[in-house]
Design a binder for this molecule. Structure first.
Ligand code: TYD
Ligand code: MG
Length: 459
């Protein structure tokens, strides 16, 4: 039989063409054609066929009887605990056997390190595991494992980029857990597209999932995040997998957070905090203590009582406002959403009496933590106000001022989730003043935070 060929399918209109075009001949959209393998004849026959020669039987299966949900037997499956507390918590209690987890993150963030550590613990606990590296040679993986632990050296590894070989190895080894590092560097020989292209990524993930489901293998798929911050081929993979974990932070900083963006077996509000050390990733259980003790009592600094999932976390937010000679002043943020800063600056100017005008504004969440919650608005506003006025927040107190709250467009403060946990965390570290949405408006919050200085200038 002739070798399986491929077609190019438009991801917008579904038009199929044998060759790739920059523009879809069907709907005229640009860059929407994705290469796909033509379903193999054997597989097609198994599914009832599409009415080809010899396909005289119609594509009909046998009927099944629906069952009331109350009568469905849900057996509690024991999860595979990775022994990394933060990872297990984000997963909802460990890896579900036979599930497919996508771990995304930018290069160098520590995805290989995290997955290697997880497998090392699983192997140590007597689980069958397999580490497939399509990025690094076995020697490189060994170097990393040596830094981590003796157990990491016991992980069975293959360094392979060919999808067919990986699938065959999975079938013969039948591990309980397998890491694919990464989904973008594996290559399906049937497709002519380069590794990492949408067609390839979809084929690789789909085939691995098929084999994994048949044999009940739990798979951790490592995926790189593109510059735009999206997982390559995100639409394709996100609906396919059971969990999507995002590993983020600044590469040159030590702190990293792991979040669940999607989880069929647990909550998506959990997050874990890690620190990259010489000997691997270490869970940070007392993150608040670190950040508070490192907080600077200087103009432009404030402590945000944030929530990382269901846990409160105190982080320092810093702002710098400096004169600019650029026509378009800089708005640089790390750790928060850039659009959020634009909104906060507009509300500050309109309702807080603090205008940064044409100055450059830099806002930074210290330690490389990302805060993706509206409760960070007030911290950004107070930090910028403090920097603009060159006033230390919280007056003469020795410990920093803390705050949380969302800013409304009319200058009001809006409540955010878990105020009592945030307040309790601030109290635990003895922070004397916490500015909360109870203040009512941004103007009131600024008055409390800036103290006499605000009144003097505002008069
Ligand atoms: P890596 O896990 O290879 O990142 P990714 O797979 O996400 O691309 O590791 C990222 C960085 O972490 C790398 O630059 C080296 C550093 N590192 C440590 O600082 N300590 C360690 O123990 C290890 C294994 C790596
Ligand atoms: Mg890696």
């Amino acid at each position: 039989m002739a070798r399986a060929t491929t077609i190019h399918v438009c991801s917008d209109c579904g038009h199929e063409t044998p060759r790739w075009h920059g523009r879809c001949p069907g709907c005229g959209a640009w860059n929407t054609l994705v290469e796909e393998a033509i379903v193999r004849p054997a597989a097609a026959a198994g599914r009832g066929g599409a009415g080809g020669p010899g396909g005289s039987r119609t594509a009909r299966g046998a009927a099944v009887a629906p069952v009331a949900l109350a009568r469905v037997q849900a057996s509690e499956v024991a999860r595979l605990r990775t022994g990394i507390g933060e990872l297990d918590r984000v997963l909802g209690g460990g890896i579900v056997p036979g599930s497919l987890v996508l771990i995304g993150g930018s290069p160098g963030i520590g995805k290989s390190t995290l997955t290697t550590m997880a497998l090392a613990n699983l192997v140590g606990a007597g689980r069958r595991a397999l580490y497939v590296s399509a990025e690094e040679s076995a020697a490189q993986i060994k170097l990393r494992a040596e830094r981590l632990s003796a157990a990491a050296l016991q992980i069975p590894v293959i360094a392979e980029t060919d999808l067919g070989t990986v699938l065959a190895t999975l079938e013969s080894e039948r591990p309980e857990v397998c890491v694919i590092d990464s989904v973008q560097t594996l290559h399906a020989a049937e497709l002519s597209g380069a590794p990492g292209s949408v067609g390839q990524v979809r084929e690789v993930a789909g085939e691995i999932m098929r084999v994994a489901k048949v044999h009940g293998i739990a798979v951790l798929l490592v995926g790189h995040v593109t510059k735009e911050g999206a997982l390559a081929g995100p639409r394709v993979l996100e609906h396919l997998v059971d969990c999507v974990l995002q590993f983020e932070g600044e590469r040159e900083r030590t702190y990293r957070t792991l979040r669940a963006l999607k989880n069929r077996f647990g909550s998506t509000s959990e997050a874990g905090v890690f620190e990259m050390r010489q000997d691997g990733l270490v869970e940070v259980l007392d993150a608040s203590a670190r950040f508070v003790s490192e907080a600077t009592r200087a103009p432009g600094s404030v402590v945000l009582a944030a929530m990382e999932g269901s846990r409160p976390l105190l982080v320092e937010v810093q702002a710098l406002v400096s004169p600019s000679d650029l026509e378009q002043p800089r708005r640089v943020v790390t750790g928060i959403d850039r659009n959020r800063l634009a909104l906060v600056l507009a509300v500050l100017a309109r309702h807080g009496g603090v205008a940064v005008g044409s100055a450059d504004v830099f806002v930074n969440v210290v330690g490389g933590v990302r805060v993706d919650e509206p409760g960070a608005d007030l911290a950004v506003a107070l930090a910028v106000a403090s920097a603009t006025r060159n006033v230390v927040l919280g007056g003469a107190a020795t410990l920093p001022l803390a705050c949380f709250g969302e800013l409304g467009l009319t200058g009001e403060l809006r409540s955010v989730g878990h105020p009592e946990r945030r307040l309790a965390e601030a109290a635990k570290f003895g922070l004397p003043t916490v500015v909360t949405p109870e203040s009512g408006s941004l103007r009131n919050a600024l008055r409390t935070a800036l103290g006499g200085a605000q009144r003097a200038r505002a008069a």
